[in-house]
Design a protein around this ligand. Structure first.
Ligand code: FES
Ligand code: FES
Length: 213
């Protein structure tokens, strides 16, 4: 299975490259239609979704529990909005093709590739990045602590994405089996091949987070 296939089929991945391109095409088509006054009747215009672009449009995101208002072009990815506009650079930009998972964030409770999500698609939604996992007092999230404890990384470049994919898993499956951990992280590539320690870290965090009987 190729990396793009993994990205398409991994549990919790909400956006495929096909869906992303469809979204971009839709936004551009809507903008072109608006510019060319091809919207049709007034009734159709009243029921259609609001048209975004071609210039900048305002969006509101709840990022790590904080309301953020942004002005973005319809083509702006959520990854670019987070890194370039909000300076949340913990979300890594590597392939920008939906192949590596370094940009994984939570949109609501679901792991998403921020490079394959348009910022306008996240309008009105909550977004959690690696910066939002620790407690307000600065205590590491159990997943972060487990990665440190098990040495679940080498260069660390993939680590924010791995942690966020694991966070999504543990929110929907507090007591995952080893194969479920591997499946949940299948869309996150580690070039350092630190996979055994990464899986160990997730299992350790799960053992600490799961509800006690
Ligand atoms: S999958 Fe988004 S940067 Fe690689
Ligand atoms: S720790 Fe280096 S890419 Fe994963």
């Amino acid at each position: 299975m190729t990396a793009p296939d993994r990205a398409r089929t991994s549990p919790g991945r909400g956006t495929t490259r096909r869906e992303f391109l469809t979204g971009v095409t839709g936004a551009l088509t809507a903008a072109a239609m608006a510019g060319g006054k091809l919207l049709g009747s007034a009734e159709e215009g009243a029921t259609a979704k609001p048209i975004r672009g071609p210039g900048k449009t305002k969006i509101t995101l709840e990022v790590n529990g904080r309301r953020r208002e942004l002005s973005v072009e319809p083509r702006t990815t959520l990854l670019a909005a987070l890194r370039d506009e909000l300076r949340l650079t913990g979300t890594k930009s590597v392939c920008e093709l939906g192949q590596c998972g370094a940009c994984t964030i939570l949109l609501g409770q679901t792991a998403r590739y921020a490079c394959l999500t348009l910022a306008v698609q996240a309008d009105g939604r909550s977004v959690t990045t690696i910066e939002g996992l620790a407690s307000p007092a600065g205590d590491l999230h159990p997943l972060q602590a487990a990665f440190v404890e098990t040495d679940g990384l080498q260069c660390g470049f993939c680590t924010p994405g791995q942690v966020m994919a694991a966070a999504a898993l543990l929110r929907r499956r507090p007591d995952p089996k080893p194969e479920e951990i591997r499946a949940a992280l299948a869309g996150n590539t580690c070039r350092c091949a630190a996979y055994p320690k990464i899986f160990e870290a997730v299992a350790l965090a799960a053992s600490r987070l799961k509800p006690r009987p």
